[in-house]
Design a protein around this ligand. Structure first.
Ligand SMILES: CC(C)(COP(=O)(O)OP(=O)(O)OC[C@H]1O[C@@H](n2cnc3c(N)ncnc32)[C@H](O)[C@@H]1OP(=O)(O)O)[C@@H](O)C(=O)NCCC(=O)NCCS
Length: 320
């Protein structure tokens, strides 16, 4: 409750970019400008009451059905807040830790309980699902390439580009972020501003257990092709994650310079990290288990040269 009363979507100061070329300058300005277009957080008495009503409904979730119109109305109100960005399932608090607003996760679980399967058609395609898709992309300043889909209850900030990819309910994608082809942003995952999720990247989601922390990708990070970031793992600001990296809550992140294990499941800010392996001795012999190796650290404000190239191509529509 207390965490949930806190501002849901704190404003961040405009991001700073290393000026490498005039093209990058344009990109930096564009991303900073979008910060003000994200809807302000709502945290008032009405939201507090909504939270209490959701919690009360969740207590008797097994008794509910689609015919409970009051419950449907309450849950729709909560999911609409996720959809328009005025609420978010999780955020980083002032101490740098991820806070989960559990009542919003409960509202998603309630939604699945309250909705039946319905059939939809899009041209020759038929779908049978419980949830509607998201609408109003042009008005939201979001570009959605055919083949992409985002479910109602996900939030896409202005300047987001969805290549044929998937964004699930409760997920939040920050301003100016590119979700490249076949990337998936699963339920409740929190992706920051100016992030590049490269082709085939899997950002894991989590609904239950209700207090489980979702994956958080912080502003400016580049996640290399086919990487999998799952199980509440976290990638710091402006970090660069090499193609094919797997990061789960149990995979150690090791500093190549010192050999120190920095964390499990968390790549610090501005680290360039790649998938690697470490030798482990077992009774049955010597085996190699995966780890993530920090091979380089970027200075504050420095952009990795490969990330900069991607930005330039993207700004000018060459790559997307
Ligand atoms: C991680 C990355 C940014 C590193 O680039 P870099 O800072 O220039 O570093 P280097 O290429 O010099 O690589 C440093 C070391 O890490 C290794 N390495 C690089 N990428 C790796 C990866 N994806 N997995 C495992 N090891 C990797 C290199 O072999 C090198 O080892 P060495 O020092 O023994 O030669 C880059 O390799 C990468 O994966 N970029 C993402 C590409 C991508 O997915 N783009 C999608 C958008 S188009």
């Amino acid at each position: 409750m207390q965490a949930a009363r806190r501002a849901l979507s704190p404003r961040r100061p405009g991001r700073r970019f290393l000026v490498i070329s005039p093209l990058e300058c344009v990109l930096g300005a564009a991303l900073s400008a979008t910060d003000d277009q994200v809807p302000p957080a709502r945290y008032d008495a009405a939201v507090s009451s909504l939270e209490q009503r959701i919690d009360a409904l969740y207590e008797r979730i097994t008794e509910l059905s689609a015919g409970d119109t009051d419950a449907v109305e309450t849950v729709t109100e909560a999911i609409s807040m996720l959809d328009d960005g005025s609420a978010r399932v999780a955020e980083i608090d002032g101490s740098g830790e991820v806070v989960v607003h559990e009542w919003l996760k409960r509202s998603i679980l309630l939604l699945f309980r309250l909705r039946g399967i319905s059939t939809e058609h899009a041209g020759p395609f038929e779908y049978a699902d419980k949830l509607p898709l998201k609408h109003g992309f042009a008005a939201a300043g979001v570009r959605v390439v055919p083949g992409a889909s985002a479910r109602w209850g996900s939030f896409l900030a202005p300047g987001v580009i969805l290549m044929p990819s998937y964004v699930n309910i409760g997920a939040r994608v920050g301003a100016g972020t590119l979700v490249d082809t076949w990337a998936t942003v699963a339920s409740c995952a929190q992706v920051g501003e100016g992030v590049h999720l490269s082709g085939g990247v899997g950002i894991g989601g989590v609904l239950e257990p209700i207090n489980a922390v979702p994956v958080v990708i912080e502003d400016g990070a580049l996640i290399g092709s086919r990487s999998m970031i799952v199980e509440g793992a976290r990638v710091g600001r402006d970090a660069v994650v090499g193609a094919g990296t797997i990061l789960t809550a149990s995979i150690p992140v090791i500093d190549a310079e010192t050999g120190e294990e920095l964390s499990r499941g968390r790549i610090p800010d501005r680290c360039v990290a790649v998938g690697a392996s470490r030798r482990r001795d077992f009774p049955g012999g010597e085996f190699y288990l995966p780890c993530v190796l920090v091979v380089r650290r970027l200075a504050e404000g420095e952009r990795h040269d490969r990330a900069s190239l991607n930005d330039v191509l993207r700004t000018h529509g060459v790559a997307t």
